[in-house]
Write a protein that binds this ligand. Structure first.
Ligand SMILES: [Zn+2]
Length: 90
């Protein structure tokens, strides 16, 4: 696991300052059917390779980030604020 995470607000920070929440999924529309909501809430892929996760900078700026990580090598490729579109490279 990478030891330092690039926070777009705080710079490179130790991973111990963060809480990992899980896969960064696009939230379905409120009127999506029950099967779509079931998949969103309960089902997860377990890919090998590129993966986007929600990380909370709990001991820092307290912002939610989307961190791009390789599940095989644990290399961090970048991050962005979950509310933004621009990504910060590792
Ligand atoms: Zn931060």
């Amino acid at each position: 696991m990478a030891s330092r995470i690039p926070c777009p607000h705080c710079g490179l920070r130790p991973k111990e300052e963060f809480t990992v929440r899980g896969e960064a999924l696009a939230r379905p529309s409120p009127d999506a059917g029950p099967d779509v909501w079931y998949d969103y809430v309960y089902l997860r892929d377990n890919p090998r390779g590129a993966y986007h996760e929600y990380w909370h900078h709990t001991s820092g700026c307290r912002r939610w980030l989307v961190v791009s990580r390789d599940t095989a090598t644990h290399e961090i490729h970048g991050s962005r604020d979950a509310a933004d579109k621009a990504e910060v490279s590792a």
